[in-house]
Design a binder for this molecule. Structure first.
Ligand code: MLT
Length: 202
């Protein structure tokens, strides 16, 4: 079994999609449980803790500098996360989840989508960047993706998130990209937009 420390909360309403919650740098498996409940009350919540440590801060893959990724590690860690999702689906009896990732968690969610499309039924990517400069030729036809970027994000340039939206669209995803009057941190608008989007996904 692929050992990720994680939290799991079973669904409280049938018909709500399971969520895979992926925290940002320095976060943990508890961080996004509240967000998950706000955007999709009743969903099963599966929240792993990133296994890479950067000065003691959990992440989902190694980076060489801010915004400069160790891409071999991105690929390897995305496979590992894909294995975890497959095992957790069996163990807990879950349909393929919708990833909800913030920052580093959004970046690994994008990598997972490109590398193991079958692991996810869709994704909400909050402040995501292009995770791989030479992404695999994925077929993610019809998968719904909500990409929410911050207009003043000092970590994610507008050109980078636009490139990610284009890349996912070209791979067949059904991408909604909104640029919010926000920085790297989440805002109330993220919650509202994510909740409305997930309510319309099927
Ligand atoms: C990353 O390393 O994934 C991005 O720089 C976002 C972050 O975690 O700060």
């Amino acid at each position: 079994e692929t050992a990720f420390i994680h939290r799991f909360e079973p669904a409280t309403s049938a018909g709500s999609p399971p969520l895979l919650l992926l925290h940002g740098t320095g976060g943990d498996e508890n961080d996004l449980l509240g967000l998950g409940k706000l955007i999709s009350p009743g969903s099963a919540l599966l929240a792993p803790r990133g296994r890479v440590l950067e000065h003691g801060m959990p992440r989902f893959f190694r980076r060489l500098a801010e915004g400069v990724f160790d891409e071999d590690d991105v690929r390897r860690r995305a496979r590992e996360l894909g294995d975890f999702v497959a095992e957790a689906r069996q163990r807990y009896g879950l349909a393929a989840p919708i990833a909800v990732g913030f920052s580093n968690g959004a970046n690994i969610a994008a990598a997972l989508l490109l590398q193991r499309p079958e692991a996810l039924s869709g994704a909400i990517l909050l402040r995501a960047m292009v995770p791989l400069s030479d992404p695999p030729n994925a077929d993610i036809a019809g998968k719904p993706v909500l990409l929410l970027s911050g207009q003043g994000d000092p970590i994610v340039p507008a050109s980078n998130s636009a490139r990610l939206a284009a890349l996912l669209s070209q791979a067949g995803a059904s991408v909604t990209h909104r640029v919010l009057p926000a920085g790297h941190q989440l805002s109330q608008a993220d919650v509202t937009l994510a909740r409305d989007w997930i309510g319309n996904v099927d």
